[in-house]
Ligand binder design. Structure first.
Ligand SMILES: Cc1ncc(C[n+]2csc(CCOP(=O)(O)OP(=O)(O)O)c2C)c(N)n1
Ligand SMILES: [Mg+2]
Length: 503
């Protein structure tokens, strides 16, 4: 276990930045604009290094596709362009800036500047705000679950494929049932991963158990893959005495020392700089493992995202940043989040090898994470993966996403671009799966989950004193005073205190 992991006896809360200070936005912006110059002429080289990127592009157009397209998107020959354009219209390319970029440089006249040799140019020109072509999106399966021609077959065994598919189905069922349990008022909060099952499970499948995971919150599939049981999930959302967080966290703030999975922390992006610290620790210990941290598109607007990427690049640590770009940060669409070509280009700005991948294609996610892991560990370097996906559910049970986005957009991603159905078609095509197995799996998972919920609901809550434990070795006087006041209040108003929490 690396130095920076918190011991078992202390709850795994990481709501502060332990490892790295925040850097100011202005410094991050300065780093971005300086480094952006490298993007234009180095990009081709990077692609060559990154064979997987070159294998395919993300054309969503499919001759065989019988997919339902939302009315707003009909009447076009190129669904890919239109749909991606509508999601990414914040990006405009200005080719005229780029065309002369390399040819006019006077390589013989250069300055040996700290950080490397820089050629002079007699031409005054500004670097374009974006490249003429958007970074393509690596995918293996098309929307119908058929391998795209020229795609290399990812090394996935039958056993692995079946576990991947079974876990995505389990995640779907868990989300459906626990969402309803919240609606029935039996738990206080819930948040689904619907639409993002492939990023969850396929990325987990590409990792080793020793790799340390620092999640955002929409990645319970990683924990499921590692063997966290339905009973453990249920205990956490009910906040009972068997919950490892002793009921102190909101539901879905899972964590497991056993599975090297840091507890989810609500303040977004804090996990990113912590991940860099953990990866640095792995490097110091010369471990053959990496750290994997997840974030959303919204998190990339936090200063922590930029600090984390910069530190990771400079310190050369084995960390994989997986950004689930799902189009929305609660009600904020990505066109109001950034003006860059999504997230992937930010990696190169900080000197980090990066790839954009179809997050709804389990095999592409698997391949990209698997390759990234090898590079991160063998070359001791960070890697950034931008997974294009879509949050099909509401942000959480505290949200109604139909208030800010069209229902047909949601339906389109739910039906036509469903990552679970796409992967299923591929597994079926290999004769590894059929309807009987499907029925059997679904009924068995439902049965186990309902039983787990029943047990979790019946299990007693942690005693009141636990609210005040585990942070300090010796509780300070102000905490003792708070506990005294709480007990006094309960005595005065016993009816307002939940009867199932032991005093
Ligand atoms: C520092 C911080 N600011 C704001 C919030 C409130 N908040 C919770 S989730 C969220 C949106 C995050 O969006 P994204 O990173 O895209 O993840 P997604 O929910 O789409 O998976 C916000 C703003 C928070 N938890 N922490
Ligand atoms: Mg998002």
């Amino acid at each position: 276990m690396c130095h920076c992991l918190i011991p078992q006896s202390i709850p795994f809360h990481c709501n502060q930045n332990f490892f790295l200070p925040r850097i100011s936005c202005s410094i991050a912006m300065a780093v971005w604009s300086l480094a952006r110059s490298r993007v234009l002429h180095l990009f081709t080289k990077r692609h060559a290094l990154f064979g997987v990127l070159k294998q395919s592009s993300c054309s969503l157009q499919s001759a065989n596709s019988s997919l339902t397209v939302p009315p707003a998107l009909r009447g076009t020959d190129n669904l890919a362009t239109l749909f991606f354009f509508s999601r990414y219209e914040s990006t405009k390319a200005h080719t005229q800036f780029e065309q002369h970029y390399i040819s006019e440089d006077h390589d013989d006249q250069a300055i040996d500047f700290p950080g490397g040799r820089v050629a002079f140019t007699s031409e005054m020109r500004f670097i374009a705000e974006s490249a003429s072509k958007r970074v393509p999106c690596y995918r293996f399966l098309d929307d119908n679950g058929e391998p795209m021609s020229s795609s290399k077959y990812p090394q996935i065994s039958k056993e692995m494929a079946i576990k991947m598919y079974s876990d995505t189905v389990t995640l779907q069922i868990m989300d459906t049932v626990l969402y309803e349990v919240q609606r029935q008022g039996r738990i206080s909060f819930y948040l689904t991963s619907m639409g993002e099952e492939a990023v969850n499970v396929a990325s987990a499948a590409a990792l080793a158990a020793d790799d340390i995971v620092l999640p955002q919150y929409r990645e319970p599939g990683v924990l499921l893959w590692r063997g966290f049981t339905l009973q453990e999930f249920a205990n956490q959302v009910f906040g009972n005495a068997a919950d490892y967080g002793k009921g102190r966290q909101m539901p879905v703030h899972y964590g497991s020392n056993k599975h090297n999975y840091f507890t989810v922390s609500s303040p977004i992006a804090t996990q990113l700089s912590q991940a860099v610290g953990a990866a640095y620790s792995l490097k110091m210990d010369n471990k053959s493992a990496c750290v994997v941290t997840y974030c959303g598109d919204g998190s990339t607007s936090e200063g922590d995202f930029h600090a984390a990427l910069n530190f990771a690049a400079v310190m050369e640590v084995p960390v994989i940043f997986i950004c689930r770009n799902n189009g929305w940060a609660i009600s904020t669409p990505i066109k109001e989040q950034f003006r860059s070509d999504g997230v992937v280009v930010k990696g190169q700005a900080y000197g980090i090898r990066s790839i954009r991948v179809d997050g709804n294609d389990a095999l592409a996610v698997y391949s990209a994470v698997h390759t990234a892991r090898e590079m991160a560990i063998s070359e001791k370097r960070p890697v950034l993966i931008e997974a294009l996906t879509y949050r099909v559910g509401h942000h959480s049970t505290s949200d109604d996403s139909t208030k800010y986005r069209p229902i047909d957009e949601i339906e389109y991603w739910k039906m036509a671009r469903n990552p679970v159905n796409r992967f299923k078609r591929w597994v079926e095509r290999n004769d590894w799966w059929d309807d009987n197995k499907e029925l059997e799996l679904r009924s068995s998972v439902k049965k186990q989950l309902l039983q787990a919920i029943h047990v979790a609901e019946k299990t007693e809550k942690p005693p009141l004193e636990e609210v005040f434990n585990d942070v300090y070795d010796q509780p300070p006087s102000n905490l003792k005073e708070q506990e005294r006041q709480l007990r006094e209040t309960i005595k005065k108003r016993p009816k307002e205190y939940p009867s199932d929490v032991p005093l």
